[in-house]
Design a protein around this ligand. Structure first.
Ligand code: SF4
Length: 267
């Protein structure tokens, strides 16, 4: 067994302490990073890592004021999808999924001249419909859906567009958003169809934040005063399409600039 040798007092004395001058000349050993202390573990994360602060919710008076301004600027807002009746509106909205209204409007006049009722659309047939709408994205699936929903309207609704959500959502190619647009425009119901523009405007401004379109829709229904609900859909879409643009919102031209909670808005 090896024994540890303990330095004697004399030996210990002979280990001279470095002089001040020597200390100055000897570079300090580089510090090894210390393990984070308890305090630093619990201290606040860097600003960039912190969750963004939730903006203050709009007060009812602010929401009222925003819609009062929208109404004053555009008392009778209109959708931009061309149609001649409830049926052609339904078809146009189905065709507009993941496509622009302008793109749909280029294709539908030729289609609706030939088929502005479910019976005429069924008679036209899927191949011809597909050919007429081939400039619109997802045209194959959409042609199939348009003919199938027309058949269903004839079979189950006397060729009429139903005015209730459940029946509409049962039609091929018709989801909640499409049903909301048809209920609002064709039947005057105070529904709000949350598209990409409404979703962005509602979240960005803090008016009705939500993680998905349904959350935003339900929030808007809670906060928009009843007298503005019928047209809220169009005001918010038009605001998103022409003012609160996705990439470069036109904040200086915005009539709700002072109410908007977006931290990056321009004055
Ligand atoms: S101020 Fe800017 S970000 Fe806010 S709603 Fe208006 S355009 Fe959109």
């Amino acid at each position: 067994m090896t024994r540890k040798t303990i330095p004697s007092k004399a030996k210990a004395k002979s280990i001279k302490r470095p002089t001040k001058a020597a200390k100055r000349a000897t570079p300090k050993a580089s510090k090894t990073p210390k393990a984070p202390s308890k305090a630093s573990k619990t201290s606040k994360p860097a600003k960039s890592l912190q969750a963004p602060k939730q903006p203050k919710a709009w007060t009812p008076a602010e929401v009222e004021e925003a819609f009062r301004r929208f109404q004053a600027a555009n008392p009778e807002p209109k959708g931009e999808l061309q149609h001649t009746n409830a049926y052609t509106l339904l078809v146009a909205v189905v065709l507009s999924a993941q496509a622009t209204d302008a793109g749909v409007n280029k294709a539908t006049p030729a289609l609706f001249v030939l088929a502005d009722t479910p019976a005429k659309m069924v008679a036209l047939g899927e191949d011809k419909v597909r050919d007429l709408i081939k400039t619109i994205g997802l045209f194959r699936t959409k042609a199939k859906n348009v003919v199938a929903l027309s058949q269903r309207l004839l079979a189950e609704h006397d060729g009429q567009v139903p005015n209730n959500r459940e029946a509409l959502e049962n039609l091929p190619g018709v989801g909640r958003k499409t049903a909301n647009v048809v209920l609002n425009i064709a039947f005057g119901q105070p529904t709000i169809a949350v598209d990409t523009h409404i979703f962005r405007v509602s979240n960005r401004t803090g008016l009705a934040p939500g993680k998905n379109p349904l959350e935003v829709e339900l929030k808007l229904e809670q906060v928009v005063p009843p007298q503005y609900r019928r047209h809220a859909h169009h005001w918010l879409i038009l605001h998103g399409r022409y003012i609160c643009l996705a990439r470069r919102p036109r904040c200086p031209d915005c009539l709700i600039n002072d109410l908007c909670r977006w931290p990056e808005k321009a004055a």
